[in-house]
Design a protein around this ligand. Structure first.
Ligand SMILES: [Zn+2]
Length: 329
């Protein structure tokens, strides 16, 4: 394990994935992959959730509290962490990711194709139209994976969110778009695991029959979380509900990156060989994972028990350290 592709299927409900995504469920049924139900944080809106997935923080802590907040990420995040530890990053994604992690106002004339090794997203192909075909976004992601071979690659498709805003989540339009995305995944995921990638798929939020999201109902808070390890040794359907806050520290663990203290939720166990600090997560008023200190700049090294943490950066590059330790039971 090491290299990771995170796929965010924007607006994908948990029940829709279970019923319509036959290829992804095939990976679960044959235990090539692992499936959780993921509980999103609040509010269930896109930009907030993008930042939560990349920082392991709740909205009130990372500050991207809604879609109208336009400032870049100021918290320890996967792109910045990977870059600082000498890993390569790339994205085929909506332009909000450019604004969050490159840190500039998006100008399609200048930024739709991005290549700058000095920015947290080093290479990217970005789009602005919600109607952007998923086929094109996956194809561009596949191109980045094959040609640039980044250590961390984000692929973010908007087709399901767009379908439900148009037709609602109880519609043939929405369900058929889920089937279409699943067929694209069937085309690409086997190649990516063959290339050594662990593939993680989740959504930023679900969707309602009112063609919207943002509230607290089960249909918007519950989304799928599939993890397909590169060695094909998944755990199948776990039956567990886990927090979205666990995605970022789990990706750090896969990529052998230090886990910042701000990523305090449990690392998920998703294969017979993956280390984890426990998947237990109870849904309720006391279910919010404790967060660590919230440093001005993230830094530091949490050393796994096998001592395999990345060491491309010297500690002096990172300033004051504040990271967490993890167990490997
Ligand atoms: Zn969204």
């Amino acid at each position: 394990m090491g290299k990771t592709i995170l796929i965010i299927c924007d607006g994908l409900r948990n029940d829709t994935a279970a019923q319509q995504m036959g290829f992804m469920e095939h990976l679960v049924e044959t235990r090539r992959g692992t499936r959780f139900t993921a509980r999103t944080t609040l509010p269930t809106v896109s930009k907030t959730s993008y930042e939560t997935l990349h920082t392991g923080l709740d909205a009130i802590d990372h500050g991207i509290t809604g879609n109208f907040v336009t400032r870049p990420s100021s918290s320890p995040n996967l792109f910045k962490l990977a870059s600082q530890y000498g890993l390569s990053t790339a994205a085929s994604a909506y332009y909000w990711f450019f604004e969050l992690y490159v840190g500039l106002t998006y100008d399609p004339t200048l930024n739709s194709e991005h290549d700058n090794l000095d920015t947290p997203i080093q290479r990217g192909i970005f789009y602005k139209a919600d109607s952007m075909p998923d086929d094109e976004v996956f194809a561009r992601g596949a191109n980045l994976a094959s040609v640039k071979q980044p250590d961390y690659l984000l692929i973010h498709v908007m087709g399901l969110d767009h379908a439900s805003h148009m037709s609602g989540s109880d519609s043939a339009h929405y369900r058929n778009q889920a089937i279409h995305q699943d067929q694209l995944l069937a085309q690409f995921v086997p190649d990516w695991t063959e290339m050594g990638y662990t593939v993680i798929l989740t959504s930023d939020h679900g969707h309602t029959t009112d063609k919207q999201h943002g509230g607290t109902g089960e249909e918007v808070r519950n989304v799928p979380l599939y993890i397909v390890p590169s060695d094909g040794n998944g755990l199948g359907e776990t039956g567990e509900t886990v927090s979205h806050l666990s995605v970022a520290p789990t990706i750090c663990q896969i990529m052998k990156l230090p886990i910042p203290a701000t990523m305090a939720a449990p690392v998920l166990k998703f294969s017979m060989t993956s280390a984890a600090s426990g998947n237990s997560y109870s849904v309720g008023p006391n279910s919010v994972a404790p967060i660590g200190m919230f440093p001005d700049s993230f830094s530091g090294v949490a050393v796994p028990a096998d001592g395999s943490v990345r060491s491309q950066c010297s500690l002096s590059d990172l300033g004051d350290l504040n990271t967490r330790s993890i167990s490997t039971n």
